[in-house]
Structure formats: structure tokens, C-alpha cells
Design a protein around this ligand. Structure first.
Ligand SMILES: [Zn+2]
Length: 140
């Protein structure tokens, strides 16, 4: 398994709470909300599209396991998120090793109150010319 000596996710050791053949799950530290998990491939990869089908299957097996546990034992819902932001330098809040966030959500929870209630203003009706422009992105 390829590891990067400068990567905090390549040497998790005792932080790993659940794993399968190609993926691991652990708690995010720092975390956004209580119950904020991260799921990663064991192999050090920085671009999500470099994940193999087998790694994706193992990653999503852990993601859905955690999501089901969160929903059945902690609360009402869950968010799954993957950020690709190579323009940010690696630091305490940004690690280059591909990772998926999984965390519990509740009606009008903390994340809603401090951020998402303001996001409603960001949504706008899709303009036909914009639709045509971005549809081109997926052609061939
Ligand atoms: Zn790594």
C-alpha cells in the first residue's frame, strides 16, 4: 500500500475505528459536529478519480455502514461530502489524501443555523443558456 510520509492520514494507527480491505474510517479531528467521520482509501491518493472500482466499493461500504448507524442511532439524517480543493495548502483543516466526510444532520441543526440557512439565498432558477453551456461539459 503506497503511503506518503508527510500525510497524517497515512499513519492513523489507533485512530482507525472501522476498516475493510481497502478503506478505513475514523473521527475527524478537528470536527465540524459531533459524530463527524472520515472515510479514506488505505492507499495515498490525492485525486478522487484515481480511486479504483475496488477502492470505491470498499469506501462506500464503510460510508453507508456509518450513514445507517448515524441515522438509526444518532438522528434524523446524514451528509456525505467529498471536497477537491488543490488550490488550498495542506494543513490542519485540509489534508490532501482523498477523504469523504460523513456526519449526522438534524432538522435546523447547528450547521443549518450557522451556515446553511443563508445558502437558500444562493439558489437561483437555471437559465437555459447556462444549462446549454454546462451541458457541453459532459459531451464526449
Ligand atoms: Zn496519505
Amino acid at each position: 500500500m503506497s503511503r506518503n510520509p508527510n500525510c497524517p492520514f497515512c499513519s492513523l494507527d489507533t485512530r482507525v475505528l472501522k476498516e475493510n480491505n481497502l478503506a478505513q474510517a475514523f473521527l475527524s479531528n478537528p470536527r465540524k459536529v459531533p459524530g463527524h467521520f472520515l472515510v479514506i482509501p488505505k492507499r495515498h491518493i490525492e485525486q478522487p478519480w484515481d480511486l479504483t472500482k475496488e477502492e470505491l466499493a470498499d469506501i462506500f461500504e464503510l460510508i453507508f455502514f456509518i450513514e445507517k448507524r448515524i441515522v438509526s442511532q444518532l438522528g434524523e439524517g446524514a451528509d456525505i461530502r467529498q471536497n477537491y480543493r488543490p488550490f488550498l495548502k495542506q494543513g490542519k483543516l485540509k489534508v490532501d489524501h482523498v477523504h469523504f466526510h460523513v456526519y449526522p444532520r438534524y432538522n435546523e441543526d447547528y450547521l443549518y443555523k450557522v451556515a446553511e440557512k443563508y445558502e437558500a439565498d444562493l439558489f437561483t432558477e437555471l437559465d437555459p443558456s447556462e444549462m446549454a453551456e454546462f451541458a457541453k461539459l459532459l459531451k464526449d
